[in-house]
Design a protein around this ligand. Structure first.
Ligand SMILES: Nc1ncnc2c1ncn2[C@@H]1O[C@H](COP(=O)(O)OP(=O)(O)OP(=O)(O)O)[C@@H](O)[C@H]1O
Length: 552
């Protein structure tokens, strides 16, 4: 899939560039410029064609260094204009100085900007002499060495770009070409990983559900779990320390089994490591150690095969501003091997499912979409082609309530034959969509189970809230202590008090009776009794994990 993307991009840029240069040559010839008319057209074609290929290959090579289009645009303009200025004020002088050593000229031509300048310079020299450059002039003119240098550089740039893509994007070993059998073995844990493991073990001891998940994964691994949708086996990610900071352990040995048909919700505070986990699963980051199997395929060895059955909705929309929603879906549909009427049908269904069909919205450029529309398109892209595993990183961020509900229905329908891992900060979304949930803090799962299990395990209390005038606050405290002697006050602001009442000592009927009695003694503005919410569980688990981590 990645290879297809690069091939399409390469062909696109080459076609555009060739058309541009061809128009320039045709236009120049039509208006009678000797520069274009006198030099043999086939030499011009070969020269421009090789240079354009070199330029595209170099762009692919340096694209991994830049992450922002604006930065690369500015840098590219500076390089192009800088090379032009240096060429005319410096390089041309050297070419015209007879005593300047030829080897130095060749060395300077290794820089593609100067080899382009040399070729153009030679064309202009031959044109001004009135003869124009012919094939027999190639070796005398310096054009021969320019063509040689550019061809070799084009070839090298392609190989290096391919190597970088294989090592950094596809997670292969840096020396994968030397020993194919070991090309993708996972990297052994670094000392820092080992050191931090002891801490993890101590945290894990109290988490029976997390330990059970680990045992399940280990058992499935021993049995040879080819059929399981997602199986994470001791997956770790450590970011190297920078600027004097110690290494950051973003994911500390995750064990997780997500079968097909399940939506697993990964909850966690900011910086817990959810995105790092998804980035490893989607091949954007290489695990520091451990691995995961997707449909039995190892993400460290077979990521290219994993891509064919995977859908991703990243946290930040990755869309082309100039392509329409339909074109995006056609593109990704083709990558998933959809063709002809099946592709058209899948795209239409997809647009309808995320409400981008009516009114021709799907045929407008994505650059004109609102944030919510872009988000819906990203989710549609992740689901097109019925992938076997889907990762949704905060899919409903920025959506209005109606669109969010619509999106939830789409995700629920997609769940039938798919394993979904979803990260979210919305407890409502997690409860609605997820069959199982895990709360992730500081790179480790703190608990795992369905929302009912988590509530009964971590939320053994009711929440009682009452609002009165300030002078009756003590009366409220007395009322609460009569119905629940071990009640704990958790919140107090301007007459509004909130208490946690242990479930094992509270009878709901008694609470109602006590409140009715209290109402006859003082004015109660508002009151309420609620079961623990998932949000309470989340806050409790996250707080206690963070307290434990800071203590240890
Ligand atoms: N490239 C990086 N280099 C160093 N540290 C990083 C890098 N990327 C992330 N981190 C750190 O790793 C930790 C986990 O980050 P991550 O983005 O995975 O968290 P998250 O749970 O997705 O957060 P959020 O909910 O805010 O998206 C954070 O402490 C973050 O600062």
């Amino acid at each position: 899939m990645v290879r297809t993307y690069w091939l399409i991009s390469y062909a696109y840029f080459l076609t555009i560039s060739v058309l541009y240069v061809a128009s320039l040559v045709i236009f120049g010839s039509v208006i009678g410029l000797k520069y274009f008319r006198l030099n043999t057209y086939s030499i011009q074609f070969v020269f421009y064609f090789i240079y354009l290929n070199l330029q595209i290959a170099l762009s692919f090579l340096v694209s991994s260094i830049f992450s922002k289009v604006k930065t690369v645009t500015v840098v590219a303009y500076i390089i192009v204009y800088g090379s032009g200025l240096l060429g005319s004020f410096l390089f041309q002088k050297m070419l015209e100085t007879q005593s300047f050593p030829e080897e130095w000229i060749v060395a300077l031509e290794l820089y593609p900007g100067f080899s382009l300048y040399r070729g153009l310079y030679e064309f202009s020299q031959y044109a001004s002499r009135g003869s124009g450059m012919k094939w027999q002039d190639i070796s005398d003119s310096g054009m021969g060495e320019v063509l040689c240098i550019m061809s070799i550089e084009w070839f090298l740039a392609l190989i290096i770009a391919f190597y970088i893509d294989q090592v950094f994007s596809s997670g292969k070993h840096p020396f994968f070409f030397l020993n194919p059998s070991k090309k993708s073995s996972s990297i052994p844990s670094k000392p820092t990983v080992q050191r931090m493991d002891s801490k993890k073990v101590s945290i894990d001891m109290g988490k029976i559900d997390v330990s059970q998940e680990r045992e399940k994964v280990q058992q499935l691994r021993n049995e040879g779990s080819a059929g399981h949708a997602i199986l994470c086996d001791n997956l770790k990610k450590v970011y190297p320390g920078r600027d004097g900071n110690p290494p950051k352990m973003a994911v500390r040995g995750l064990y997780l089994d997500v079968p097909s048909g399940e939506c697993f919700g990964m909850l966690g505070p900011n910086g817990a490591g959810k995105t790092s986990f998804i980035s490893m699963m989607t091949g954007l980051l290489k695990p520091s150690s451990g691995t995961a199997l997707v449909q039995g395929l190892d993400i460290c060895k077979d990521m290219n095969k994993v891509y064919t059955s995977m859908g991703v909705c990243p946290q930040h929309d990755l869309l082309w501003e100039t392509l329409t929603g339909r074109e995006h879906l056609l593109f990704y549909g083709r990558l998933k091997n959809f063709k002809g009427s099946a592709l058209t049908h899948a795209v239409e269904e997809s647009l309808k499912s995320v409400s981008l069909f009516d009114g021709g919205v799907g045929d407008k450029p994505a650059g004109n979409y609102s944030g919510g529309m872009k988000r819906r398109l990203s989710v549609a892209i992740s689901l097109i082609g019925n992938p076997k595993v889907v990762y949704l990183d905060e899919p409903s961020t920025g959506l209005d309530p109606a669109s969010r509900k619509n999106l939830w229905d789409v995700i629920q329908r997609a769940k039938q034959n798919t394993a979904i891992i979803l990260t979210t900060h919305s407890m409502e979304e997690a409860e609605f969509l997820c069959d199982r949930l895990g709360i992730f803090v500081d790179g480790a799962l703190q608990c795992i189970g369905n929302s009912k299990e988590l509530k009964s395990r971590y939320g053994g209390s009711y929440v009682f809230t009452m609002t009165t005038s300030s002078e009756h606050e003590e009366d409220v405290e007395r009322l609460v202590s009569t119905v629940s002697p071990n009640a704990k006050k958790v919140y107090h602001l301007a007459g509004t008090q909130k208490f946690e009442l242990p479930k094992n000592e509270v009878r709901i009927a008694e609470v109602f009776r006590a409140v009715e009695k209290a109402k006859s003694n003082f004015t109660v503005f508002a009151w309420g009794l609620a079961d623990t919410t998932l949000e309470d569980v989340f806050i409790k688990v996250a707080k206690s994990a963070q307290a434990f981590i800071s203590l240890s």
